[in-house]
Design a protein around this ligand. Structure first.
Ligand code: FAD
Length: 416
């Protein structure tokens, strides 16, 4: 029976896995990544946040991303009926990058994975993790190779970066339900046909993600993420029960929902729907613990909140950065407390986003951003969170997100 060995075993070659692999190779560790798919492969999650630029830069991966020619992004725009508001991420209170990209993930993930390979990481594409044993001295995986044969591989430490595959949470019963209701998304890519200079485009900025609130249901929203090639990612998010109220194919359901918003309908009047829409649901998930005996969960394999603030890839990259730093100290002979050194610092930012996501769905955040009178200092602080700087303790919205949002909401009521 075949039995392989490595230093660091990683499940999944998405952004979390590729960044962790690169950082660990730079520390001189042997790294083996087990990836179920053959790249390039589609992934959802196309709008990055500027905070991710600093994380890619620190890993030496940014140049490859810049040279790939993705759509430049400098902010987020929001629409509700005829109301419009926008955040320019360069006008933010936190230090660091103020711009980033909107990326086709098939290409973006391949750029990162290829970088990890050039650094000497071994990525086994088409290999699927079937079982995990973390009880022994060294964690061990059972893997199915593309030829159908199974083999075992062990390592000193195991990182689960398998995203929505949630390999270890499933295999080790670490799953716990999310505290958000089950939502789903219908989405596709279109040739958007939004001619620059045309009447529909007058209020449209390709350099920002556009989030549109449904005209009648404030917890239903659409994303429009323009790419650099005249195409765009388009999707709608709602509670699963709401989406089930629409009949037909996923494309017909998405078209019906887009048709309900006059602003979005105008904008996409000339769009060519050339790709069948798809549905993803029940993606919000949590775990009992982000680590265990010689293993840790990265990115989406840990917790996934909600797509509204485009925080997923940033959290994935942050988790990989924190885990690689902890492993470096461990390799140097230091004792690492994975709760204090990994889980808690990661959750700091995740909890900031959690407070914002909650405020989005109960309407508070919308009330704040569409309020006609804006305090510039507060806008810069909110802009910093939307840009992904959710770990910046100098920002009061990181230190006390719930209290800050509550006090703003009260101010809106007075002001509005
Ligand atoms: P992934 O990118 O999912 O990579 C995991 C990899 O593991 C995959 O390649 C998979 O093939 C592999 N794998 C899985 N199981 C196994 C197995 N058993 N064996 C071997 N390999 C395996 N994020 C943003 O930043 N911006 C957005 O605009 C955004 N929009 C979103 C919209 C929606 C509707 C949803 C649901 C999510 C969105 N996200 C967004 C979140 C984003 O998709 C994820 O957070 C991000 O892809 C997580 O990266 P990751 O590296 O953790 O996992």
């Amino acid at each position: 029976n075949r039995r392989d060995s490595t230093d660091i075993l990683i499940i999944g070659a998405g952004p979390a896995g590729a960044l962790a692999a690169t950082l660990l190779r730079r520390q001189g560790r042997r790294v083996t990544v087990i990836e179920r798919e053959v790249f390039p492969r589609f992934s959802i999650g196309e709008s990055l946040l500027p905070q991710s630029m600093g994380l890619l830069e620190a890993a030496g991966m940014l140049q490859d991303v810049v040279e790939a020619g993705f759509q430049y992004k400098n902010g987020a725009a929001f629409a509700r009926g005829e109301e419009r508001t926008a955040f320019d991420f360069r006008e933010k209170s936190s230090a660091g990058w103020g711009t980033t990209y909107q990326v086709q993930r098939a290409r973006f993930d391949q750029v990162l994975a290829d970088h990890a390979t050039r650094q000497g990481a071994e990525i086994r594409y088409g290999h699927q993790v079937l079982a995990a044993d973390v009880a022994g001295e060294r964690p061990r995986l059972t893997v199915r190779a593309p030829d159908g044969g199974e083999y075992a591989i062990d390592g000193e430490f195991l990182l689960d970066a398998s995203g929505f595959g949630r390999t270890l949470p499933r295999l080790l019963q670490l799953d716990t339900p999310s505290d958000f209701p089950p939502r789903g998304a219908l989405f596709t890519h279109v040739e958007d046909g939004i001619a620059q200079g045309g009447p529909a485009a007058a209020n449209f900025d390709r350099e920002k993600i556009l989030i549109t609130v449904h005209p009648r249901h404030c917890d239903v929203w659409y994303w429009l993420i323009p790419f650099s090639n005249g195409r765009a990612s388009l999707g709608v998010v709602a509670e699963q029960s709401f989406l089930e109220g629409y009949a037909g194919s996923d494309t017909e359901r998405l078209q019906a929902l887009v048709g309900e918003d006059p602003g979005l309908s105008r904008l996409l009047a000339n769009a060519r729907w050339d790709t069948p829409a798809r549905q993803i649901k029940g993606y919000a998930a949590n775990v009992k613990s982000l680590w265990g005996h010689n293993f840790a969960l990265l990115g989406n394999a840990g917790e996934f909140l909600d797509p509204v603030f485009s925080s997923g890839v940033t959290i994935a990259l942050k988790s990989a950065t924190l885990a690689a730093a902890a492993l470096q100290r461990q390799a140097a002979g230091e004792t690492v407390d994975w709760e204090a050194d990994y889980a808690r610092p990661l959750k700091r930012g995740v909890d900031t986003f959690r407070a914002f996501v909650r405020a989005w769905y109960d309407g508070r955040f919308q009330q704040i951003i569409f309020h006609p009178h804006k305090n510039e200092t507060i806008k810069r602080m909110i802009s910093a969170i939307l840009a992904g700087y959710a770990w910046d303790e100098t920002n009061p919205f990181v230190a006390q997100p719930e209290r800050r949002l509550a006090s703003l909401e009260a101010a809106c009521e007075v002001g509005g």
